[in-house]
Design a protein around this ligand. Sequence first.
Ligand code: TMP
Ligand code: ASP
Length: 233
Amino acid sequence: MKLIYAGKAKSLYELDEERALMEFRDDLTAGDGAKKARKAGKGALNAEISATFMELLREKGIPTHFLDYEAPNKHVVKRVKIVPIEVIVRNIATGSLVRRYPFKEGTEFSPPIVEFCLKSDEYHDPMVNEDIALALGVVSSREELAKMREIALKVNEVLREFLLEKGIILVDFKLEFGHDSEGNLVVADEISPDTCRFWDAKTKEIMDKDRFRRDLGDVLKYYEEVKRRISQN
Ligand code: TMP
Ligand code: ASP
């Protein structure tokens, strides 16, 4: 199969004109690739978790690139042109937000905060405003950014409610978007413990990639627990 693109944790292979196969690898990185590890089984866990979330979004009428889950570690996806903007939604202050601004760790936001960041390891994913995104040519209009914001907030509502029923707090997450062959804006990439922050609703234990970023240990044990909880009815 022809490799289209290899990122830090996933590889994309061509299936045909319209579809690609996205492989979730066992690689883990943090700090824009500065810290690296490989954990056997991580790719399969993220593929399964992300498939559950993508199917949930589909049920709720939110367009995504997801077509099918091919166990253990692949998704069949629509080929899209990725918008090089990361859209971050935050319900609770933590991570880079409390390092960059005088927010107190744990502050709850209502309404949530949406941030647009340029997808660039070289520049460390800097936050961009509408003018910068337009001037860089990474989006074609202000409406496109508004649409990304609107979909991201809808995704937040859907995931937040679903996860809370499973005893998990959705602290924040990152989304990527793409345009399909008809020009529709769709949610792309993955939604997993690598790209979200999850806290146990009771104990507030960290159940996501912060375990790796902060050397807290038991990374896969917690990914496994996220998978177990979200696959229960
Ligand atoms: P941050 O607090 O480090 O800015 O991260 C916010 C959220 O975005 C968190 O859920 C992790 C996720 N994220 C990614 O998925 N990829 C990235 O490159 C970064 C910086 C954050
Ligand atoms: N962009 C970071 C990396 O993979 C990921 C992160 O810290 O979330 O290096």
